[in-house]
Design a protein around this ligand. Structure first.
Ligand code: ZN
Length: 183
């Protein structure tokens, strides 16, 4: 199968698995818009054409947020893409605060491919918190989320300059809007 076919198959698989899920933002967009945005950032901002990283971008939330298993990802998309997805998947058995700490601790030790997926994920999520936050999120919660995102991204630096620069623009805008405390 050629790379374009594989990429479209990953997009279709993610769309099916995330069917019925919505983003937290006030616009309540379909969840699939997020993995599509992550893959788009990887390709068009990060200038990455590695099919394994692009597929992992599309599939990155399927294990964490749907009933999808690692075995399924290996069967359909191979061990490399599955490996990147596993690296960016939180252990949902742990409390949320611990999972957030572990993202900061794990970031520097990830493979380059997983770091690129994670960078694009943090851009997408932090931009949503800045531009289209959930209605019940106050300024403090939004500021703290972006501060935490910056701390995760600190451990990802060196993986892709263009994605890092895009993240930094979001942090600058958040600093103007609600004054980040810094890392
Ligand atoms: Zn995500």
């Amino acid at each position: 199968m050629n790379t374009l076919n594989k990429l479209l198959q990953a997009a279709r698989f993610a769309a099916e698995r995330h069917a019925g899920q919505l983003r937290k933002g006030a616009h309540a967009e379909p969840y699939i818009n997020h993995p599509l945005e992550v893959a788009n950032l990887i390709a068009n901002v990060g200038k990455i054409d590695d099919i394994e990283i692009l597929m992992a971008g599309l599939l990155h939330d399927t294990i964490e947020d749907t009933a999808t298993t690692s075995e399924e990802l290996i069967k359909h998309f191979g061990v490399t893409a599955n490996g990147y997805v596993l690296e960016v998947t939180d252990d949902k058995r742990l409390p949320k605060a611990r999972r957030k700490e572990l993202q900061i601790e794990h970031a520097p030790h990830m493979s380059r491919g997983a770091k690129i997926v994670k960078l694009a994920d943090k851009i997408s999520n932090c931009r949503d918190v800045l531009e289209n936050p959930a209605v019940d999120w106050d300024t403090t919660r939004r500021r703290e989320y972006i501060e935490w995102g910056s701390n995760v991204v600190a451990g990802l630096r060196g993986a892709n300059e263009d994605l890092e620069a895009q993240f930094d623009v979001i942090v600058e805008r958040a600093t103007l809007e609600f004054g980040l405390v810094g890392e």
